[in-house]
Design a protein around this ligand. Structure first.
Ligand code: HEC
Ligand code: HEC
Length: 473
């Protein structure tokens, strides 16, 4: 019987290499399929040249001067660059923005902001042009009125302004310096359905106490007190609003027009601030269809980054929201961040009524620059639904290019590091402050190694910022 055993043994031994080869081929095929799958999923991240085209060089240069002009502020010390510091990714590295006072949101980097469909964490502005006007008239930021802006333009920039926009109207020049004047804040109508949902989900006893106290002292129902607290406050002296209302319509229209043009110049500058050639981009450019990931790896994008990319587009499902060339779907999501005692943040549910009623929404910009008015932008406003409960507590998906350098993170800067951000997605232990956390989010249970790989991938999106504008004035 011994010979039978040895024959069987020889057969087994002889077939081992064959099994091995088959196993190897199978593995190869599997990894090839995985690579092809990853290749498909990664194509969305290519930045096309078309996305990056910019026009209006003289306008952008004027905007660059305005961006760092401190005369456009109440104390003569604040400019856009105070908070959007060119040396710090056009952000400030602080938890919460600080100008004349501290604001309640984290300052986003405005690198690649030409790509933003909605502006601000709650999307309350719909163009870069109109966004630029808001901090000017906000009491905690620049703290001045549009009349003040016009005075500074006439005083310091008249000739370059007139070269760019044509002669300043005599109705303006006659009145300069204009007295402080600005329109009253608009009344916003927060959805009743959203408010009743806020009441139902209000777990923060601090907050409930605050509003019920105010409710009993004013005799108003608690919903009305909350709705009132969400209004844009009129912080300025009543006489400034009255001055605006008392202006003759022609001068008022001209003043508003110049103010919008001021925003257009700043936006033209912002559109040229980019960072799009990271190690990841170079890796992606070199990775040809059908090729293996390993072969495509380059300096700065190796094994850890590749595994991080796999997680980002696969198991961790980050691309559900952080999609496209700038790693954002441009939309709003409730990612289940816990409430902060005493703070009520409705997110997009407040942003929607603000953007649909805002005085500088796309139609007004379109009066000056019809080419900026695509049917898509105005359609977007038409289809916003204030009663959609998914927008309660939802904030804009931030882009992730240069994210390594733009901490602290989240709308209120609550996460000091990317580790903390990943821990949030990994554990999802908090109860959403308001509304409900999006169902697509489930605890990821990533290992420490996987967390490191995911962060390695995020860090591979870093590239020095470029301002595409020659340095001469
Ligand atoms: C307090 C310092 C501060 C000043 C001064 C300031 N900003 Fe901001 N900026 C912020 C903060 C904070 C936000 C986010 C606010 C929010 O979402 O509610 C922001 C948002 C933005 C955004 C939107 C970015 C995005 O991702 O949606 C742009 C663009 C921007 N600012 C440009 C400007 C310009 C232009 C100026 C000057 C006219 C300016 N900022 C002045 C702090 C500042
Ligand atoms: C359901 C949509 C969604 C998914 C899925 C998602 N994010 Fe986010 N992400 C957001 C939103 C919305 C914010 C801003 C939330 C806020 O500040 O309230 C955000 C913020 C971030 C920030 C902070 C950026 C900054 O500038 O403050 C990082 C980093 C980030 N996400 C990375 C990831 C990673 C990595 C994954 C996958 C593990 C992921 N996200 C999955 C929607 C999502």
């Amino acid at each position: 019987m011994a010979w039978r055993k040895s024959i069987a043994l020889s057969i087994v031994l002889l077939s081992l290499p064959v099994v091995g080869v088959i196993y190897y081929i199978n593995l190869q095929a599997k990894s090839k399929a995985a690579d092809a799958h990853l290749w498909e999923k990664s194509q969305q991240f290519h930045v096309s040249k078309k996305l990056m085209t910019v026009a209006d060089e003289p306008l952008a240069k004027l905007g660059r001067a305005f961006f760092s002009e401190t005369a456009f502020s109440q104390n003569g010390q604040i400019s856009c660059a105070s908070c959007h510091n060119p040396e710090a990714q056009f952000a400030d590295g602080l938890k919460l923005g600080l100008a004349l006072g501290q604001v309640k949101r984290n300052t986003p980097s405005i690198v690649n902001s030409a790509q933003l469909r909605w502006l601000f964490w709650d999307g309350r502005s719909d163009s870069l042009e109109s966004q630029a006007l808001e901090p000017i008239e906000t009491i905690l930021e620049h703290g001045i009125t549009r009349a003040h802006v016009i005075n500074v333009i006439v005083d310091k920039y008249q000739s370059v302004w007139e070269r760019t926009f044509g002669a300043i109207s005599p109705v303006i020049l006659r009145g300069v310096p204009l007295p402080p004047a600005l329109p009253r804040p608009i009344k916003i109508e927060v959805s009743k359905i959203a408010l009743s949902r806020v009441m139902a989900s209000m777990s923060d006893s601090d907050l409930l106490l605050r509003y019920s106290d105010a409710s009993s002292s004013s005799g108003l129902p608690i919903e009305a007190v909350i709705a009132e607290s969400l209004q844009v406050k009129s912080y300025y002296p009543e006489s400034w609003y009255q001055a605006y209302e008392a202006m003759d319509p022609k001068s008022r229209q001209e003043m508003d027009r110049m103010f919008i043009q001021f925003g257009m110049a700043i936006a033209a500058f912002e559109r040229r601030i980019v960072a799009v050639d990271s190690p990841f981009d170079r890796f992606l450019a070199g990775w040809k269809k059908g090729g293996s990931v390993e072969e495509a790896a380059i300096n700065g994008f190796g094994d850890d980054e590749v595994e991080g990319l796999r997680l980002f587009t696969g198991k961790a499902n980050c691309t559900f929201c952080h999609s496209g060339p700038f790693f954002s779907d441009g939309e709003f999501h409730n990612i289940g961040l816990a409430g902060v005692p005493g703070q009520l943040e409705l997110g997009r549910a407040r942003g929607v009524p603000l953007v649909t009623n805002g005085s500088f929404r796309c139609q007004v910009i379109g009066v000056l620059r019809p080419e900026l008015l695509t049917s898509e932008t105005c359609q977007m406003l038409k289809y916003l639904d204030p009663d959609n409960l998914d927008i309660l507590g939802a904030f804009k998906t931030p882009g992730l290019r240069n994210v390594e350098l733009t901490g602290p993170y989240f709308h209120d800067g609550r996460a000091a590091s990317l580790d903390e951000v990943i821990d949030h997605y990994n554990l999802l232990t908090a109860k959403a402050a308001i509304g409900h956390q999006e169902e697509i989010l489930v605890p990821l249970n990533l290992t420490d190694k996987e967390k490191k790989q995911l962060i390695a991938f995020l860090n591979s999106l870093t590239y020095p910022v470029e301002v595409m504008l020659s340095s001469d004035p």
